[in-house]
Design a protein. Structure first.
Length: 75
């Protein structure tokens, strides 16, 4: 896995964690949404740099490689 691909997968994992945290308290979610702008920009830029924009199958395979718990297999 190239460094740019690792960076893109890591940025996505951070974005997902931030989103989950923001949505954990639905009543407060509107307050946290502006906080997600930075991780979203980071993930978008990392995807672009890695050449993964539009190549979701390859991208999510990389994410699963870094974070096997995201495979949906319950492991």
């Amino acid at each position: 896995m190239r460094q740019a691909e690792v960076a893109a997968a890591q940025a996505y994992i951070r974005l997902l964690a931030a989103t989950r945290a923001a949505l954990a308290a639905p009543d407060d979610a509107p307050l946290y949404m502006p906080v997600l702008a930075s991780p979203m920009e980071e993930a978008d830029e990392a995807l672009r740099r890695a050449g993964l924009t539009g190549n979701e199958d390859h991208f999510f395979a990389l994410v699963r490689e870094l974070q096997p718990s995201m495979s949906g297999s319950g492991r």
